[in-house]
Design a binder for this molecule. Structure first.
Ligand code: IPM
Ligand code: MG
Length: 367
């Protein structure tokens, strides 16, 4: 049976990346003999413009039916004045909650070819490979009650930070399992010294540890975790944390690698259906100029083949192809250094084409 993939280009640089990446996926399907059906729908600002809502019912319906979803980016200054509940970001949050994509996997891997791009000393980040697992459908992002109430001058704003035991258990298990498949170390991040909800988090995670004797579990307060990430990031293997702490720490971890433009993410539900998206945003300042780095979206597609489509060999070849084009010296502007030759500076289209060629070369060499 064909794998169905829903493409959600979104806003800003999303569409100009998704165009060539869609073509790359078609090519991968043809070259590997993997039947893929691609469909496209609207989410975010473009959906607000076309249909008056950031997440049209037809998009959510198509997402429910798809085996996997590949998303570009949402948001932009055009929609910044809208109230929180109507913003483009709501489209993304609606997909996360609508499909119960509770497990967000955010790897931060430093490509050796790009070590000089990090703001940290090369010896601190060389070989960096950590995985942040962020709870994505609960916590303060979704807790009720929430709102702003009262008369002007005396208003109160409030949100609710809440986790139930079963929510903690299911994300913690993802953390333990990921650590088992990697280097066997799991660090759970909380603020158990101040917040009851995260004291419960720590207790529930600790109680699970006996089921995973091969994993070394540690706990860290979130402020310390932020500090340790910029002080000595290689001490970590897998981090597991709640929605808001994970949002913050994953941006910190992303920057350790020097380019947000390189990092993929996966958001999975219990059925391993997934939404895959780059960690970077819609970058409206460079949109429409063929400058955007497509490698984060391409690596998100690789994660999709691995986690939702059961095709690890394709995932590996695609990740290898990304490494090949970096080896060949090709750079988009965001990852270019003083050593990058003029001819090696490429745009979105040329970079995606180069990855496509490298993928085909790898695939035919291996089969
Ligand atoms: C992210 C983003 C989103 C979040 C925004 C766009 C709603 O920052 O995916 O990290 O806060 O989850
Ligand atoms: Mg974020």
């Amino acid at each position: 049976m064909a794998h169905s993939i829903l493409l959600l280009p979104g806003d800003g640089i999303g569409p100009e990346i998704m165009g060539p990446v869609g073509a790359l996926l078609e090519r991968i399907g043809a070259v590997t003999g993997t039947p893929l059906t691609l469909e496209t729908a609207l989410v975010g600002g473009c959906a607000i413009d076309a249909e008056g809502t950031p997440l049209p019912a037809s998009t959510l319906e198509a997402a429910r039916k798809a085996d996997a979803i590949l998303l570009g980016a949402v948001g932009g200054p055009k929609w910044d004045a809208l109230p929180t509940a109507q913003r483009p970001e709501r489209g993304l949050l609606g997909l996360r909650s609508g499909l119960e994509l509770f497990a967000n996997l955010r790897p931060a891997i430093l490509f050796p070819q790009l070590a000089s791009a990090s703001s940290l000393k090369p010896e601190l980040v060389a070989g960096l490979d950590i995985l942040i697992i962020r709870e994505l459908t609960g916590g303060i992002y979704f807790g009720e009650p929430r709102g702003v109430e009262g008369a002007p001058g005396q208003r109160r704003g409030f949100n609710t930070y809440v986790y139930s035991e079963d929510e903690i258990v299911r994300i913690a298990r993802k953390g333990f399992e990921a650590a088992q498949a990697r280097n066997g170390r799991l660090c759970s991040v909380d603020k158990a010294n101040v917040l009851e909800v995260t004291a419960l988090w720590r207790e529930v995670v600790s109680d699970l540890a006996s089921e995973y004797p091969d994993v070394e579990l540690s706990h860290m307060y979130v402020d310390n975790a932020g500090m340790q990430l910029v002080r000595a990031p290689k001490q970590f293997d897998v981090l597991v944390t709640g929605n808001m702490f994970g949002d913050i720490l994953s941006d910190v971890a992303a920057m350790l690698t020097g380019s947000l433009g390189m990092l993929p993410s996966a958001s999975l539900n219990a059925a391993s259906q997934g939404l895959y998206e780059p960690v970077h945003g819609s970058a409206p300042d460079i949109a429409g100029q063929d400058l955007a780095n497509p490698l984060a979206t391409i690596q998100s597609a690789a994660m999709m083949f691995r986690y939702s489509l059961g095709a690890p060999a394709i995932a590996e070849a695609l990740e290898g192809a990304v490494s090949d084009v970096l080896d060949a010296g090709l750079r988009t502007r965001d990852i270019a250094g003083p050593e990058t030759a003029e001819a090696a500076l490429v745009g979105t289209m040329a970079m995606t084409q180069a990855v496509t060629d490298a993928f085909e070369a790898r695939w035919s060499a291996s089969s």
